[in-house]
Design a protein around this ligand. Structure first.
Ligand code: G
Ligand code: G
Ligand code: NA
Length: 255
């Protein structure tokens, strides 16, 4: 309850911001985008989503937070475009609540249109729980609308939920994000995680789906993933989530 109250205060006082974690192409070594991660300025410290899970579980607050993050991300994209910086696209997270109202596609596309930002600048990260907990026909039509408009659809935390393979057939999935829990032990060559990750990478490749590995912390994890032809890297090894200002400096150095 306290968290929910704090969240509403944070929304009112404009203290909810995206932090940006870089995504690096294994093929070119370039920054191909960011994941926008919610941070919430509260009494001199930044709270993370784990701490604000209570607020994210409230339907109204959760959708307001998504809208706010979208608005901030669009603002930062406009600034980067104005500076002529190349940044690829920005991935935004979503919650099951975003999909339970019928207007999620419209909420995103209207904002983009109003700001004059192209849909291909945005990637939407959807967790498997959205695909299992919500009415699948309505999630499917929301994702189709977004996908047809040019928004990239990423399946987040891949491998931790259920019925993943069916989802890849039913929904317009462009990107698979392999969950951090599989990455930790992949550099142990004979580990089960290594086998699982290689199988996921192989499957994705056959289906024409782009792969992102999350939570890469060591060079040997990165080496293994590069060798197995993973497309995109994300993790502390390549960069921690930073505020918009630091992300801008990063792009200036890269461009
Ligand atoms: O940044 P951090 O590792 O603390 O994020 C923890 C989890 O919270 C991640 O799994 C991430 O997907 C989720 N998350 C981060 N930002 C957002 C957001 O803006 N909205 C929602 N719904 N979840 C987010
Ligand atoms: O599942 P999702 O993509 O939403 O998870 C992103 C979360 O993972 C963020 O909260 C981010 O802070 C965290 N994260 C990103 N890179 C790393 C990493 O290399 N190691 C660990 N432990 N967490 C990471
Ligand atoms: Na995510």
């Amino acid at each position: 309850i306290q968290m929910l109250y704090d969240a509403r205060e944070a929304l009112r006082h404009d203290r909810i911001v995206p932090f940006y974690q870089p995504k690096i192409s294994f093929h070119t070594g370039e920054c191909v985008g960011f994941e926008a991660l919610l941070r919430w300025h509260h009494e001199q410290v930044f709270r993370t989503p784990d701490e604000i899970a209570a607020a994210l579980s409230d339907p109204g607050t959760s959708t307001q937070i998504t809208d706010r993050i979208l608005d901030k991300v669009i603002g930062d994209i406009l600034a980067w475009e104005a500076e002529g910086l190349r940044f690829g696209r920005v991935a935004v997270n979503s919650s099951t609540h975003d999909f339970s109202r019928g207007d999620f596609a419209e909420r995103i596309l209207t904002r983009l249109e109003r700001a004059g930002v192209a849909a291909h600048r945005i990637e939407l990260e959807v967790t498997e729980s959205v695909l299992t907990e919500q009415l699948s026909t309505s999630v499917e039509s929301t994702l189709r609308t977004l996908s047809d408009a040019g928004v990239t659809i990423a399946l987040d935390d891949f491998g931790t939920g259920y019925a993943s393979l069916t989802h890849l057939k039913q929904f317009p999935v462009d990107v698979l994000k392999i969950d951090r829990s599989f990455i930790e032990q992949i550099d142990l060559r004979e580990s089960e995680d290594a086998m699982i990750v290689r199988t996921i990478l192989d499957l994705a490749k056959r289906l024409g789906i782009l792969t992102v590995a999350e939570g890469i912390e060591t060079a040997s994890q990165a080496r293994a993933l590069a060798q197995w032809d993973c497309d995109v890297a994300q993790g502390y090894l390549f960069g921690r989530p930073t505020d918009a200002e630091a992300a801008t400096r990063l792009l200036q150095n890269w461009n």
